[in-house]
Write a protein that binds this ligand. Sequence first.
Ligand SMILES: Nc1ncnc2c1ncn2[C@@H]1O[C@H](COP(=O)(O)OP(=O)(O)OP(=O)(O)O)[C@@H](O)[C@H]1O
Length: 680
Amino acid sequence: MSEHADAYVTHGAVPGPRSAPLPLPPGTVPAGPGDGDIAGEMEEAYWSVHDGAAARATVRQVLARLPRITRQIGRLAWRADPRATTAVVACQLASAAMSAFGLIASVRVLQELFAQGPTADRVRAAVPQILLVVGFLAMRALLEAAVAVAQARVTPKIRTALESEFFRLTAHVRLEAVENADWHDEVYRANDRGLFYARQIVGQVVSLASAALGLVGTAGVLGVLHPALLPLLLLSVLPVGAAAVRSARARFHSFKRWNALQRRVRVFSWLLLDQDAAAELRSDTAQGALLDEHRRLITRIAEEDTRLGVGAALLNLAGRGIGGLGTGVTYCALGAMLIAGWLPLAAGAGAVLAIQAGQTSLTRLVEVAHLVYEHALWVDDLLAVQERCRGLQLRTAAVHAPDRVRTVTLEDVSFTYAGKESPALDGVSMTLTAGETIAFVGLNGSGKSTCAKVLAGLHEVQRGRVCWDGVDVRTFDAQSVQRRVACVLQDPVRFPFSALSNVTVSTGSLTGAVPERALAAVRAAGADQVIADLPGQWDALLSKRFRGGQELSGGQWAKVAVARGLYKNASLLLLDEPTASMDPPSEHAVYEAVLRGRLREDQITVLISHRLASVVDCDRIYVFDTGRIVESGSHGELMALGGLYADMFTLQADGYRARDTGLPCRGAAGGGAAVEGAVS
Ligand SMILES: Nc1ncnc2c1ncn2[C@@H]1O[C@H](COP(=O)(O)OP(=O)(O)OP(=O)(O)O)[C@@H](O)[C@H]1O
């Protein structure tokens, strides 16, 4: 055995420099999150960025942002449905006017009632004003209903527009961005929080406008009654406002703690309910430990709930106390004005009504302003993520990749993943021609999958060129390139669709199929028997999560994935360890189909495999080592070379021999037989 094989054996599957050795772990594990300051310990960095922002913001910060938020939401609403948006604004303004007119009419009713003369006459005189009050209130109710109807039209449209734009953008982001952990976190956060709050914020902005207009209306009415009542309104509402700000902040602060706990509980709930985790949990008898932790957390939530409830009651009491003090001072001042004769008694009673309405509007205004402030941060976050996605979109170009590619060439290609120091591919050159079957082999992390992705145009190289029929692939529209490539990966996506859709989805269709091609693809992949045995066959739903759905084994899913790749009928077929979970006869059948090119004679097929027996018949084999191609040639040429390939092949072939007897092992039918044949 050569020095290559020695390195393979003595250093394990991943040779190369190692970092500092891992020290012994401690004998006791920390009790877990939930001890001490739960909010601090359990904050999840990327979820919690804006949680509790309203608790930290000053009144000035909140007020300063409100006009911008209102404009932003207004723009979104206008784009979604201009008519409904106009209706919301117009009806909202009219409803506020009705409130103000109703208040003035109420004051007039009081004036009539407090006038001189017999009671019956005074009541009769007040009737027209009472009818006016009723009319204004009825109008206000109708207008508020109209606002709700228009809002119900515009809100789902905003949600649909934002959500479809969000997914359209994220689905077309370049692969390197998707593989970036920060981008991934941002997108999940935008999906979970941004879209959620975007659905609510229209209603909240409408409530905010309604409360603000209510306050303005009250001030207007008081100004009409007597200008000196305006400072009185201020005197009355300021303490109420201060109490409302304190209570809103406390609520957001508590919510942050509560939310952190809820997230943690959800992790345990998912694990306890998850179908995929069920077998391992039971075999490890881990349920007890998970249940204990779950119980501990929900107990903490219950305590937090009680703490929240008691805190809210105390804050409410304090707020009402301060508000009551303000009201008391206001009424004293009002009494003084009445005694001094500045104001008729009826106007004084009207002022009391107006001040009470003003206090209610202000409390609502403060609460909703804090909500809008915090939720708008999440909506901003969503819009910022969308903007970032716009800059990461797949390349679009007028030139499309050729329908049938004759040659794919890599010219001195180097590629380094973002954040990595050493390149994954370093000066790789090769030419692949239609009709060939090529294999990539090499140690873990040597660059095989990266090279396949570069060939497929999924990664843009930093140095060198990837050419399709002599044209740099970067000049083609990216999606046109991807339409001509089929990738079958080791861990294929298990689409929760019908068996047929699982095959046809590779052509971008869930509902349309070319029946003969679908049958040929599943036969070639060995998936025909899998589908034939399912109740419902082609129509069988492949997901246990839905009623009547079926579950496949790992190997059966792999066959469906290979069928999907073959069905695409692409110029370039990339198979990245597609048979790793298949039984030997199935693996053999797939390689037969792929290697003999049963579906397409003019296809370039690239096969990545660690089972070297499966690449023996390939036209050419490239051997990768730390991002470079160190050997290439046919199986025979590489064995004669006696390098890394020959060492790996011999090592694997030895594994199929019974050590004592020298006889082949029984389990090595299919692939094993090929190895025996090849090395003997
Ligand atoms: N998305 C990624 N981001 C950063 N580094 C990556 C990424 N994917 C792969 N790498 C790194 O690039 C190098 C080559 O990886 P690649 O997946 O191409 O190797 P491979 O030969 O296909 O390995 P394996 O046989 O284990 O599948 C490795 O060092 C790996 O850690």
